[in-house]
Design a protein around this ligand. Structure first.
Ligand SMILES: [Zn+2]
Length: 504
């Protein structure tokens, strides 16, 4: 089956679908973020993405790359199934056109279409059907994958990130490629086990440098080392009301009995730790009060409920509105609002404009804020990521304006962009370290951008579809039973308690 130079197909579809988001995600959403078809996919070489990792490992092994197609969109609403099929078929037709010895796929693992709760599983099984039972497939997934049995079944490795904020895609890509190449070299197949734990956690509870994920990942690594296994944890994406939602443990390796045993051990450890997934937040008013009085700047105001990386619209106004009401200055906040961009561009830099800012996508993220703004600059909103999250990616916010609103800086863009790289602000002439406070529309991943400069970090209980209070969303009965009943994080009225808890 294997030639001296193995021919490895590379491709993927990457989408984290928030089924609570309004609207739908189509081909334009992928075209606006990352979309490479055929030979173009080689342009991902040198990025610190999974695909970048595949290409590095394949080059090292002198394998022949068969580029298929890779498409990624910013997390957003349910994908149109017909558009998913276009992206899927772009991969399948290129695999079908030439003999391949193995297949490497990059998935997010939490995509939902209007025709399928598990398109990732559909894609994996479609590839399997195409290449037959003997061609190995290895897959990378996000730590927020909602893993299904169809995604795991019949693949030789299903490798999730070990980090949140996610900064190890490149390494996990290489790991998956090396496991695939190992199967080809030795002819020894790997078995895989997927264990689903039926409970949900919010992103703010899942940081891998905190309790309990740090301990669970370190146990996974110990099991890997001792048993020559691959162990992945996917706490999942809890803003999707589908059957695959929940916490997954995936183990693969050559020794079937060892794989099964490790799967059971890891699943038991996760289950035992579930009540350690906790989260607390301040009310918007309390957080703004504290931030203004805190000299440890820039204070980071975490607007997790408007988490762009979780599919929220990025136009939430709750913190901005409170801040302006209180007369605060020195705040930096980003708002996706194409209508306001248009109006600001119409008056031009240096001019003033009256705007109803933000909160236009739906009714879940506050209300539009009436502001008198001065336009400081107009840009094309493009920047290249230079930090630890997918370094090398080119990102577009669409046309973007920087506004001064009563001594605060508001970056308003046509497209929402995940705040995972400081270039988002630096490219707009804003030095993050010099801000008094920065609103991040993110739960954890913002730390890849601003962790270095952050002063005090305040978790804020804002309204939005990525609320950490999962119980505030409306769930079908099967998911309602999986809510984290042991902790209902609430806005505190006792600030001292929270500080003590942080120090403990
Ligand atoms: Zn993720």
């Amino acid at each position: 089956m294997t030639s001296a130079r193995p021919r490895i197909a590379v491709g993927g579809i990457y989408h984290e679908t928030n089924t609570f988001a309004v609207g739908s995600t189509g081909l334009d959403g992928f075209a606006a973020y990352q979309h490479f078809v055929g030979e173009d996919l080689r342009r991902m070489a040198g990025t610190r993405s999974e695909t970048g990792g595949f290409l590095t490992a394949l080059e090292r092994a002198a394998a022949t790359v068969v580029p298929t197609a890779y498409a990624a969109a910013v997390p957003s609403a349910t994908v149109t199934h017909a558009d998913y099929e276009v992206l899927r078929d772009a991969i399948l037709t290129r695999i079908a056109a030439t003999p391949v010895d193995g297949v490497l796929l990059t998935l997010h693992g939490a995509m939902v279409t209007d025709g399928s709760g598990d398109p990732d599983g559909d894609l994996v099984q479609a590839v399997r059907e195409l290449v037959g039972p003997d061609v190995p497939i290895a897959v990378t997934i996000d730590l927020h994958a909602n893993v299904s049995d169809a995604m795991a079944s019949g693949v030789q490795a299903l490798v999730a990130y070990d980090t949140y904020p996610h900064i190890d895609m490149y390494e996990r890509g290489q790991e998956a490629a090396d496991l695939l190449l190992g199967v080809l070299r030795t002819g020894q197949p790997r078995s895989i086990v997927h264990r689903k734990l039926p409970f949900m956690t919010a992103p703010g509870m899942q940081a891998t440098d905190g309790d309990p994920m740090r301990d669970l990942i370190s146990l996974a690594h110990r099991i890997e080392r001792e048993g020559e296994l691959q162990v992945s944890l996917a706490p999942g994406f809890s803003y999707a009301d589908v059957d695959a939602t929940g916490f997954s443990v995936i183990v693969s390796g050559a020794d079937q009995a060892a794989v099964a045993e490790a799967g059971a051990t890891m699943a038991a450890a996760v289950d035992a730790a579930k009540e350690r997934f906790v989260y607390e937040a301040l009310s918007v008013a309390e957080a703004c009060d504290l931030a203004r009085g805190d000299e440890n700047r820039p204070v980071i105001l975490v607007d997790a409920a408007d988490n762009i990386g979780g599919g929220a619209p990025g136009d939430g106004t709750a913190i901005l509105e409170q801040w302006l009401t209180d007369g605060g200055t020195g705040l930096v906040v980003t708002i996706a609002d194409p209508e306001s961009v248009e109006r600001a561009i119409a008056v031009g830099p240096g001019a003033s404009v009256q705007l109803e800012l933000g909160a236009k996508t739906d009714d879940a993220h506050g209300t539009p804020v009436s502001v008198e703004a001065t336009v400081l600059r107009v840009t094309d909103g493009r920047y290249r990521q230079l930090g630890t999250y997918n370094r090398g990616y080119e990102v577009s916010m669409g046309r973007t304006v920087v506004l001064d609103v009563a001594g605060n800086t508001v970056v308003v863009s046509e497209l929402k962009a995940m705040p995972f790289d400081a270039q988002q602000l630096i490219s707009q002439g804003i030095e993050p370290a010099e801000a008094d406070a920065i609103v991040v529309k993110s739960a954890i991943a913002w730390r890849a951008a601003y962790g270095d400069v952050a002063g005090t970090v305040l978790e804020v209980d804002t309204p939005g579809i990525c609320t950490s209070r999962l119980d505030r969303l409306s769930w079908s009965p099967a998911r309602a039973a999986m809510l984290p009943h042991w902790t209902l994080p609430t806005a505190s009225t006792d600030i001292t308690t929270i500080h003590e808890a942080e120090d403990a």
